[in-house]
Design a binder for this molecule. Structure first.
Ligand SMILES: Cc1cc2nc3c(=O)[nH]c(=O)nc-3n(C[C@H](O)[C@H](O)[C@H](O)COP(=O)(O)O)c2cc1C
Ligand code: SF4
Ligand code: SF4
Length: 255
């Protein structure tokens, strides 16, 4: 089984592609959270995978919440093959390490670690307006997905990520996530048509429609930027820079 979290589709696409290759089922972490399902029976010889985006060199808060509650019921004493795939724009940071720390609490550990470079959805910094560049990055990602899937099928053990950073850099940068995921930085422009999509899809239930306008009702959210990227009129902005940096959703999946 492959657990995935994805806001703009990159990680969902990677999870579905690996699931296709390994003939495993994929499970959305957002569904598990919504249905309060955290216990899973692992069949004999079944692999366990996790696919997530990288946020501030670490894991999205919703993934931490899920991993903290996850209970895997194993058929025998030996752990099955467990792997993690980070999708990322520039570097995977210490995402794998963080997943492993959660697994360690259950006497488990990661066997394989992988990374797939994809368009960087952190548009307060990165510009996603160049469609050719995005297509090129997604084209190059295909090879990385194929290589990871092959290694996963063979149950290869090791850290196969290319872009790594030392823990010290992560320790300095990752705490920024807590500060940045304050919803006070979001704003809605007049182009909003009141469709309610942002509220319906928010994985943190942080948005409520009030008089046909989204209102952030929680102090913090996952900061997945799904609301910003999926809005049909690009009415949601985060800070001052996102407006010039465009919207993105992975072209191969529905999110
Ligand atoms: C809040 C936020 C923080 C991010 N931080 C990083 C980062 O530290 N390193 C990186 O390489 N990519 C970073 N990204 C880019 C995403 O990890 C990347 O685009 C990922 O593929 C998005 O996955 P998704 O489409 O499945 O949601 C960040 C994106 C967001 C929204
Ligand atoms: S998705 Fe966009 S247009 Fe629809 S309600 Fe939200 S902000 Fe308005
Ligand atoms: S408010 Fe927007 S950025 Fe925050 S969790 Fe919801 S969809 Fe993601």
């Amino acid at each position: 089984m492959i657990f995935y979290f994805s806001a703009t589709g990159n990680s969902k696409y990677v999870a579905l592609r690996i699931a296709e290759e390994t003939k495993e089922k994929s499970i959305a972490i957002t569904d598990c959270i919504k249905n309060k399902q955290f216990t899973f029976e692992v069949k004999d010889k079944e692999k366990i995978g996790f696919v997530t985006p990288t946020y501030f060199l670490g894991l999205p808060s919703i993934v931490c919440e899920f991993l903290d509650k996850l209970e895997l019921r194993m058929p025998d004493l030996h752990q099955p093959y467990i792997y993690y795939v980070a999708t990322f724009g520039t570097t995977t940071g210490q995402t794998g390490h963080m997943v492993n720390e959660f697994l360690k609490k259950r006497g488990l550990s990661l066997n394989g670690r992988f990374g797939v470079q994809m368009p960087d959805t952190w548009t307060p910094i990165f510009d996603l307006t160049n469609k050719e560049k995005i297509a090129r990055i997604n084209h190059e990602a295909e090879k990385q997905i194929g290589e990871a899937a092959e290694k996963i099928k063979l149950e290869s053990v090791g850290d196969f990520r290319r872009r790594k950073l030392p823990m010290v850099a992560v320790k300095l940068y990752h705490p920024q996530y807590e500060k940045q995921r304050q919803t006070k930085y979001f704003m809605v422009e007049d182009s909003c048509i009141g469709c309610g999509l942002c509220a319906k899809k928010c994985p943190a239930a942080a948005i409520e429609m009030q008089e046909d306008r989204p209102v952030w009702i929680k102090e913090k959210c996952v900061l997945c930027l799904g609301c910003l990227h999926r809005c049909p009129t690009f009415a949601i902005q985060y800070g001052k820079k996102t407006k010039n940096h465009g919207q993105y959703v992975n072209p191969n999946v529905k999110v």
